[in-house]
Design a protein around this ligand. Structure first.
Ligand SMILES: [Zn+2]
Length: 557
């Protein structure tokens, strides 16, 4: 492609709303352009990179035996029956001219399942893995980071249908392997973490996280290979022998105007971990749960809801707290009613601790387990760096990651709801076992640029670069230089190398800046060495330059 003929525009300045480097660089390099908040269009270079990602994903999915289809984005709202409420305002809803309500698909579990239900009747037609690469729409409250979190984004979503759980395990493993191959081919440094399914049902779920400081998810990892997101990361519990410690009697203390756990502990000559912190939650709008953790730790709500059961968890209101016989800010686990009290396992090791007195501006110090009431102990605190690994006892670290893929077993969550059944070998009607597998394609594109860039611009691996080579003509007025560059360009085209020819009238400086910005792995400068039959070859990833015979250059690719 001749750049003079291309729709090509780069920018020296970062876009004002860009906070992360992939967003800045992709806009500056002319990959993407903002249409509106969270909505980006693809310019020629960006589209080429996006297509390469899609090609790799498609190749690996096809190789795995999955079958590509294409659903519609415009869908009747009824298609999402039970999830309209779940998606809430995230869903784009609209009406057609007859007044029928439609939406733009945020996810396609129901849509695929309905198609399968209509077409599949017998176990002989299973298993099936179906996929599509298609735009999804979610009205994000806070779209940000360019392609990282948008309202319109490209996704590869796949769904597997099997006769039984063993079949689902097999499909799930095939997808897990396929995802590993895809992200390896994309050159990404990633970890696979055990994730929580939330309220989606099903019993296994893993996320593919690209390591990055700007990642929105915190991941707990160990050198032994253990990795889990914080919603799932387990905390090790070992009983501590406190038999030598004298248990004191609890005494009530006036503790006014102390807003934080630290301030409170300090006023009593103690530290945060000597406080038994009580956080009150409402589960499914009905049950009130008092969660207890040491004062220096946080409650992990997802682990809590898994421990106590239920679908939705939210902070209790002031009224809810009054209703159990306490007062916000001073909750203590004694004398409460109409609530369940759940403590983290580590609370068992606490002695002579501080608790709320269920009275404004009062706490007890030197409380002990004998003074309080706990219904259940469970692992409900959030794991953090420095904790011990449950697998090997090593020290856990905390890193950040960008979620680019998610695979999960949904079992019969959708197939029961939509009555998606098949007849087994005995002619008995059974629900299909389903799995769902997603890759955020446009987000993955951002993640690649996050991992592959330097101070000059984007530095892409060959497999995803929009072009492999950029031939920069140093001086368009020098006939010999132009002729040598044209000859080289033609010979690379003949060899099917994806090559750009920078034949614009601009100066060499501007052309080189562009070449370094746009993510090509090789830059060839045809200029002052032409008379010696040579050109400069720059390997973009190392910025190493060498003089190469023009006659030999084409052979290098
Ligand atoms: Zn470990």
């Amino acid at each position: 492609m001749r750049i003079s003929k291309m729709f090509f525009k780069t920018y020296r300045e970062n876009p004002q709303d860009a906070e992360i480097k992939s967003h800045k660089l992709m806009v500056r390099a002319g990959y993407i352009k903002k249409q509106s908040a969270g909505v980006y269009l693809f310019m020629p270079l960006g589209l080429r990179m996006l297509r390469k990602l899609c090609d790799i994903i498609r190749e690996e999915m096809d190789k795995s035996g999955a079958c590509e289809m294409q659903m519609t984005s415009l869908l009747p709202i009824e298609a999402y029956a039970s999830r309209v409420e779940h998606f809430g305002k995230d869903m784009f809803r609209l009406f057609d001219r007859s007044g029928k309500e439609l939406c733009l698909g945020p996810s396609h579990e129901e849509i695929f399942t309905n198609v399968v239900k209509d077409a599949v009747t017998s176990y002989k037609q299973l298993p099936l893995i179906l996929y599509q690469i298609q735009n999804k729409y979610r009205d994000e409250v806070r779209p940000r980071f360019g392609l990282m979190r948008g309202k319109e984004f490209l996704m590869k979503d796949a769904y597997s249908y099997d006769v039984d759980k063993a079949g689902l395990d097999n499909s799930y493993n095939i997808m897990a392997d396929t995802y590993k191959r895809i992200f390896n081919r994309l050159g990404l440094d990633f970890v696979i973490v055990n994730a929580d399914n939330g309220t989606m049902g099903g019993d296994a779920s893993q996320e593919f996280m690209v390591k990055s400081n700007i990642g929105e998810d915190e991941i707990i990892v160990c050198d032994c290979g253990y990795a889990a997101n914080t919603e799932k990361a387990e905390c090790d519990y070992h009983p501590v022998d406190n038999s030598g410690v004298e248990l004191l009697n609890k005494t009530k203390r006036h503790t006014p105007k102390l807003k934080t756990v630290d301030d409170l502990a300090k006023s009593l000559g103690k530290v945060a971990k000597d406080m038994l912190k009580a956080i009150v939650y409402k589960i499914d709008g009905k049950r009130t749960i008092v969660a207890l953790v040491p004062g220096d730790r946080e409650v992990e709500e997802t682990k809590l809801i898994r421990a106590v059961g239920g679908m939705n968890i939210e902070m209790a209101s002031l009224q809810d707290i009054e209703d159990i016989g306490s007062v916000a800010g001073f909750v203590g686990p004694f004398g409460l009613h109409n609530c369940e009290i759940v403590a983290d396992n580590s609370v068992k090791n606490m002695v002579n601790f501080i608790i709320g007195a269920n009275e404004i501006d009062y706490h007890y110090e030197n409380a002990n387990l004998r003074d309080i009431h706990i219904d259940n102990f469970a692992d409900i605190k959030k794991a953090q760096a420095g904790d011990k690994c449950v697998v090997c006892g090593g020290e856990l670290r905390s890193i950040r990651g960008i979620e680019v893929g998610h695979i999960f077993k949904q079992n019969t969550r959708y197939t029961e709801e939509l009555q998606c059944k098949y007849l087994d070998e005995n002619g008995k009607s059974q629900y299909m076992q389903m799995g769902a597998y997603g890759i955020g394609v446009t987000r993955t594109m951002s993640a690649i640029v996050e991992q592959y860039s330097d101070e000059y611009g984007i530095v892409l691996p060959e497999e995803v670069a929009p072009y492999k080579v950029d031939i920069v003509i140093a001086n368009m007025k020098d006939k010999d230089i132009v002729e040598a560059a044209e000859t080289l360009y033609q010979s690379l085209l003949d060899k099917k190398v994806e090559v750009l020819l920078d034949d614009r009238a601009d100066g060499i400086g501007a052309k080189l800046k562009d070449a370094e910005l746009i993510g090509v792995p090789y830059i060839i400068v045809v200029g002052k060495y032409t008379s010696e039959g040579k050109a400069e070859l720059v390997v973009r990833s190392t910025m190493k330059r060498e003089l190469v015979d023009l006659a030999d250059l084409a052979k290098r690719f």
